[in-house]
Design a binder for this molecule. Structure first.
Ligand code: ADP
Ligand code: ZN
Ligand code: MG
Length: 475
């Protein structure tokens, strides 16, 4: 029996206003090669200057993963040639990264947890982009010099499931901290997966294969499963030594397979050496004091929702799973008199169920203020839960006001006890035989009376009020 060993490298694009070593903007939807300057074009004589915002965001990440934040860290040159890197080297941090020895907790469905150690997070510059267009290839350097934080885990994960839980947690932390948009499709959260296998019980690490170029959680899971299958088969067929060697493989989405891309370079191939053009990166006490004040993270928020609102684990997990959901919920709760129970079900069941196609929580036609207002109208008994669904249907189609829709659809509940009493009296008077049977001990008939009153009110009576009035009148 084999055990799977996985270590992950994640490149997070930081959402700073300007690039890592120059003042060019980091936005990409500009004409090719316009967000460039002598520094990021690597023209001779241009010198890099470290962007402080990158240091600030690294402190935030380091704090969130309980890591050591080095007061001084250094930059190194990693030499390689590729058309999208005009300097023919990448500035990175090999020997002393800014963040080291962190950890991250993953949570399993059965409520157990596991700690995954994080070896380091280091700052580095991104390359530009090669655009292949038929017979010609073009280079766009707008992205060259954009800041990345590369977060490297220890080989602590033992299944594809654990790897995905780790990635989702890390992704969510980046979003909560708002240090990057972490959009996988657009390449601002890029994952390299290192996979090896070993006989169960063996402590030694075997040859790892690195799979690159995977841009969705689903494909990462797939790539790991395929790599594990390939390696175990080779082992069982007695050709492990020949077929499994340290290399970089590509995940081919179309053919659903991993393919060899190149043999794995060793550190020596990159001729790493200390970057001579940059000073060390310094984290001052003031920076630490300011940027270690990070927003509430998903785990803490989840625990708080459970404690403060009596929310169950499942709902708390769903709502805090993404920062957008969590903020949406918290905005709803700002409306006076809204209960967590009503807000939870309106958000996770009713609204989510109506967000189809391209719609999601961030572009929902009904925003958090409006859904909060609707929740308030349930909780102050203006409308029933059932009526709220009708109101929401209408609000999804048109940008209208909650109270206006309630009025227009005539959905206001009658809670006024005078009106309800009058209807109850009518029903009681019309059914003397049923009253006698009920009072003679046939308790089940109570439902009949409630039903009749609701019917007579055309469903607008508040059922709770009807219950109370009937109990009092029937004895
Ligand atoms: P490189 O940049 O050369 O890929 P790094 O040290 O940055 O090297 O990353 C190595 C990654 O591979 C880490 O995430 C580490 O946990 C993981 N790793 C190392 N050895 C193994 C192994 N035998 N099996 C699986 N993952 C491994
Ligand atoms: Zn520039
Ligand atoms: Mg790697």
């Amino acid at each position: 029996m084999f055990e799977t060993v996985i270590g992950l490298e994640v490149h997070v694009q930081l959402n700073t206003k300007s690039k890592l070593f120059c003042s060019c903007p980091t936005s990409f939807n500009h004409k090719q090669n316009t967000n460039t300057c002598p520094t990021c074009l690597a023209l001779p004589g241009a010198l890099p200057v470290l962007n402080k915002e990158v240091v600030h965001k690294s402190i935030m990440l380091g704090t969130a993963i309980d890591a050591t934040i080095n007061k001084t860290s250094f930059f190194d040159r990693k030499s390689y040639f590729y058309p999208d890197s005009p300097s023919a080297y990448q500035i990175t941090q090999l020997y002393t990264p800014i963040v080291e020895h962190g950890k991250l907790q993953i949570d399993f469905e059965n409520a157990s947890h596991k700690i995954i150690r994080i070896n380091r997070a280091h700052i580095e510059a991104d390359a530009g982009k090669n655009i292949h267009d038929g017979d010609i290839s073009k280079v766009d350097l707008n992205r060259a010099g954009t800041p990345l934080l590369e977060i490297v885990s220890e080989p602590d994960m033992r299944s594809a499931e654990e790897a995905i839980l780790y990635l989702k947690k890390l992704h969510s932390i980046i979003r909560y901290l708002d240090i990057g948009d972490a959009n996988m499709q657009e390449g601002s959260f890029r994952v390299d997966v290192n996979v090896s296998i070993r006989p169960k019980g063996d402590e030694k690490l075997y040859t790892r294969v690195e799979v690159k170029n995977i841009n969705s959680f689903k494909f990462i899971q797939k790539a790991i499963e395929m790599e594990v299958a390939r390696q175990s088969e080779a082992w069982e067929d007695g050709v492990y030594e020949q077929e499994i060697f340290q290399e970089t493989r590509l995940f081919d989405e179309k053919n659903q397979e991993t393919r060899s891309m190149r043999g794995k370079e060793e550190a020596a191939d990159y001729r790493y050496f200390p970057e001579p053009d940059l000073l060390k990166a310094v984290v001052t006490d003031e920076m630490m004091a300011t940027y270690s004040q990070i927003p509430e993270l998903p785990d803490a928020k989840r625990e708080r929702f459970i404690k403060e609102y009596g929310m169950n684990e499942y709902n708390a997990g769903v709502i805090t799973g993404s920062v957008e959901m969590a903020h949406f919920f918290e905005t709803m709760m700002k409306e006076d008199g809204v209960t967590a129970k009503t807000a939870t079900s309106l958000l996770t069941v009713e609204l989510q169920g109506r967000l189809k196609g391209d719609m999601n929580i961030t572009n929902s036609p009904v925003d958090a203020e409006k859904l909060g207002h609707l929740a308030k109208r349930i909780d102050d008994k203006t409308i029933s839960n059932k009526a709220a669904k009708e109101v929401l249907d209408k609000l999804m189609q048109e940008n209208l006001d909650v109270d206006g829709v309630i009025d227009a659809l005539g959905l206001k509940q009658v809670s006024d006890s005078g009106a309800i009493e009058a209807i109850c009296d009518e029903i009681i008077a019309a059914n003397p035989d049923k009253v006698e049977q009920y009072q003679g001990g046939k308790d089940k008939l109570f439902g009949f009376f409630v039903g009749q009153v609701m019917k007579a009110s055309k469903g607008s009576a508040n059922p709770q009020a009807v219950n109370e009035v009937l109990k009092a009148k029937l004895g």
